[in-house]
Design a protein around this ligand. Structure first.
Ligand code: CAA
Length: 258
C-alpha cells in the first residue's frame, strides 16, 4: 500500500488516505487500495471503521484532476463507476463507518464522507462539490447522496454553485454531527468508534441495515423491515447476555458478536 494506511485498535479500525503531495486526492491507485483494505477488514473483530485523511490540511481534495484531465466519455464513465463501486462498498459495509473530516472534503472527498454513516469534522474542514467549476458533474455519488442527507434545495445550491462551506455551516446543515478542534478530532472519532464497538455488534449491524433499507421504501414496508432485523437479534448470545445482565442488575459481559 502506497497511499492507504490501516490500523486496528480494540474492535475498531482507522483507514487513513495518505497522499500528501496531492492533498490526498483519489487517483485509480488510491481507489484500488481503499477497495483492497475494505475487502480485508476482519468483520468478526472490527465493529466500527473510521476513515480520515493524513495531515491537518485535507481529508480528501477530490478525485485526481490530473488523471481525469484526458479522459474520454467512455473512460470518464468507467472512472466514475470505479469510484462509485468503492464508495458503495463502504456504504454497504455491515459495520458503522465514521468520516473524521480533517480539512478539505471536496468533490470525491465530500462524496467519500457522504457514503459514511456519520461525519464529524475539524474546525478547518471545508465541504463542497466544485465539479461544475471543472466542467464535470460529481461522479462518485455526490448528485445522489448529498440531497438525501441535507435536502434537495441546499444540495442543488452546493452542486450548481460549486461553493464550499465551512465546518460550522456543514454542522448547521446536519451534514456533520459535530465540529472539533484539529487536535480533538481523532480522539473524538475514536471515542465514538469505541462506544459503538462496545455495543452488541449484531444489534448495531442490524440497526444499520434497518435504517438504510427502511429509508428506501414506504413507512409500512420500512416497519416490516425493522421487525425483521429486530427479530433477527433474538437468540443471539449477546441478546441473551444483555437482557440477563439487566435483569440481574449487573454489567453485561463483553459482547462477543455471537
Ligand atoms: N487532484 C489532483 N491534485 C490535486 C487535487 C486534486 N483534486 N487537489 C489538490 N491537488 C494538488 C495540487 O495540484 C497541488 O499539487 P502541485 O503542488 O504539484 O501543483 C497540491 O495538491 C497542493 O494543492 P494546492 O497548491 O492547490 O493547495 P492550496 O492550499 O492552494 O489549495 C485546494 C487547496 C483549495 C484544495 C485546491 O488544491 C483545490 O481546489 N483542489 C481541487 C479541489 C477540487 O476541485 N476537487 C474536485 C475534483 S473533481 C471530483 O472530485 C470529481 C468526482 O466527483 C469524482
Amino acid at each position: 500500500m502506497d497511499f492507504v494506511k490501516y490500523e486496528t485498535k480494540e474492535h475498531y479500525a482507522i483507514l487513513t488516505i495518505d497522499r500528501p503531495k496531492a492533498l490526498n486526492a483519489l487517483n485509480s491507485q488510491v481507489l484500488e487500495e481503499i477497495d483492497t483494505v475494505i475487502d480485508a477488514i476482519d468483520l468478526m473483530d472490527i465493529r466500527c471503521l473510521i476513515i480520515t485523511g493524513a495531515g491537518n490540511k485535507s481529508f480528501v481534495a477530490g478525485a485526481d484532476i490530473a488523471e481525469m484531465a484526458n479522459l474520454t466519455q467512455r473512460t470518464g464513465e468507467q472512472f466514475g463507476r470505479k469510484g462509485s463501486a468503492v464508495f458503495r462498498k463502504i456504504a454497504r459495509l455491515p459495520i458503522p463507518v465514521i468520516a473524521a473530516v480533517n480539512g478539505y472534503a471536496l468533490g470525491g472527498g465530500c462524496e467519500l464522507s457522504l457514503c459514511c454513516d456519520i461525519r464529524i469534522a475539524s474546525e478547518n474542514a471545508r465541504f463542497g462539490q466544485p465539479e461544475v467549476t471543472l466542467g464535470i458533474t460529481p461522479g462518485f455519488g455526490g448528485t445522489q447522496r448529498l440531497a438525501r442527507i441535507i435536502g434537495t434545495g441546499k444540495a442543488k445550491e452546493m452542486l450548481y454553485t460549486g461553493r464550499t462551506i465551512d465546518a460550522h455551516e456543514a454542522h448547521r446543515l446536519l451534514l456533520v454531527n459535530n465540529v472539533y478542534s484539529s487536535d480533538e478530532l481523532m480522539p473524538a472519532a475514536e471515542k465514538l468508534a469505541a462506544t459503538i464497538a462496545a455495543n452488541a455488534p449484531i444489534a448495531v449491524q442490524n440497526t444499520k441495515c434497518a435504517v438504510n433499507e427502511g429509508k428506501q421504501v414506504d413507512i409500512d414496508s420500512a416497519l416490516t423491515i425493522e421487525a425483521h432485523y429486530f427479530g433477527n437479534c433474538f437468540e443471539t448470545q449477546d441478546q441473551m447476555e444483555g437482557m440477563k445482565a439487566f435483569l440481574e442488575h449487573r454489567q453485561h459481559e463483553d459482547f462477543t458478536n455471537n
